[in-house]
Design a protein around this ligand. Structure first.
Ligand code: GLV
Length: 393
């Protein structure tokens, strides 16, 4: 039997324009979108390698690091999580996961596949982890690797004490992996000063770049440990000794490891260039100011933030309790149908409980905050009216 060409592909490509105010991706700027329509380059062409070098410099700036092993993994944010764990873990290693939402569990699932003995230290619902809670778990398990998300996009929790965790990890001879996918650009992050061993972030959140290319950096200490592994990392694609050679990190000739998407590279390069031009501190300040304005507006609407303590609220992904009797799905559908605006529901432990509003990159502006507040309010009122009409039938 011959499979005919599909009819659907005879139609023109259809892509609607939406305002992405969920947990990511955020909208890309015209600069980023235009950059991505440049001609494709070969993955070993000198011009492509030059752009990779420029991207590397941008990543060092956003992480505030001088690490040589700074590069991108060709894959979504998840690939940063995979690469961190794949390179650091050997069979039987004890790994401790900090849990403030779904991401620690996801990392635990991955770590187990790489042969680790996994333990968890879980924060109380809606709270960040205290240094005491984590220290207690370190005493009990003596981990080789500790994972924590600086910002958990499923709960909107911000973990403030990364600097102290860097000290703790050195004391216990443990490697600190920090997921900054949702937090970078919305909170301070000083990789070298805080003694973070591995950090990765999302290209598609506060950076406003395309998804599918993930900035990552390994400390000298982590690199030394990886070079001394008894066995090779279990996944060739995530082996940072190889990827780093492709990215020109180690002063050795470039090797072919995989075919990078030059298109994504252009987009990320321009997103980083914009971020660097505005400046890290100004970017963080803007995200925090927008979040404060949103939180104030939420209060004025008589709604409640999910994270009780202000200092534990992530500025980029804001979680708002779904009021009693309101169907979050109807609210999200209303916002999308009427305004083409994405308001997201919860994830993992917050499913059905919260709305998630992302204020990231292009969408972290006063105008967008006021717009999303007004739409959220209208959508909630409309869903309440819907319930009343249903009842009176
Ligand atoms: C993705 O990062 C999400 O939180 O949904």
């Amino acid at each position: 039997m011959e499979v005919p060409p599909p009819l659907v592909l005879k139609r023109p490509l259809y892509v609607p324009s939406k305002t992405l105010m969920g947990p990511g991706p955020s909208n890309c700027s015209h600069r980023v979108l235009e950059a991505m329509s440049n001609p494709v380059l070969g993955h070993m062409h000198p011009e492509c390698l030059q752009i990779m070098d420029e991207v590397k410099e941008g990543i060092k700036y956003i992480f505030q690091t001088l690490n040589d092993a700074t590069m991108c993994i060709s894959g979504a944010g998840h690939s940063g999580m995979e690469a961190s764990l794949c390179n650091l873990i050997e069979d039987g290693d004890v790994v401790l996961m900090g849990i403030t939402g779904v991401w620690g569990h996801r990392a635990g699932d991955m770590a187990r596949r790489y042969g680790a003995e996994v333990h968890y230290v879980e924060a109380s619902f809606g709270r960040a982890l205290s240094l005491e809670e984590i220290t207690f778990a370190f005493e009990a398990h003596r981990p080789r690797v500790f994972f924590i998300a600086q910002g958990d996009s499923s709960t909107g929790i911000y973990q403030q004490n990364i600097r102290e965790l860097g000290e703790l990890c050195r004391k216990y001879d443990c490697f600190l992996v920090v997921d900054t996918v949702a937090s970078l650009g919305g909170a301070e992050f000083l990789m070298d000063e805080w003694k973070v061993d591995v950090a990765y972030t999302g290209s598609q959140k506060s950076l406003g770049g395309p998804a599918g290319i993930t900035p990552i950096s390994f400390s000298k200490r982590a690199l030394t440990r990886i070079r001394k592994r008894k066995t090779k990392p279990k996944v060739y694609y995530f082996d940072i000794l190889l990827i780093g050679q492709y990215w020109g990190c180690y002063g050795t000739p470039r090797i072919y490891h995989h075919t990078i998407s030059s298109t994504l590279l252009y987009g990320l390069r321009e997103a980083l260039a914009h971020f660097c031009a505005v400046g890290l501190k100004a970017v963080v300040r803007r995200h925090q100011e927008c979040s404060k304005r949103l939180q104030l507006g939420i209060e004025e609407l008589g709604l409640e933030m999910f994270v009780q303590r202000e200092e534990e609220r992530l500025s980029t992904v804001n979680t708002i309790k779904v009021p009693f009797g309101v169907d979050w799905k109807k609210v999200a559908e209303y916002a999308m149908r009427k305004y083409s605006v994405e308001i997201s529901g919860g994830l993992g432990p917050t499913v059905e409980h919260v709305f998630r509003i992302g204020l990231m990159g292009e969408n972290a502006t006063v105008e967008r905050v006021d717009m999303v507040l007004s739409i959220l309010n209208e959508a909630i009122q409309s869903s309440k009216l819907g319930i009343k009409t249903e009842r009176s039938k």
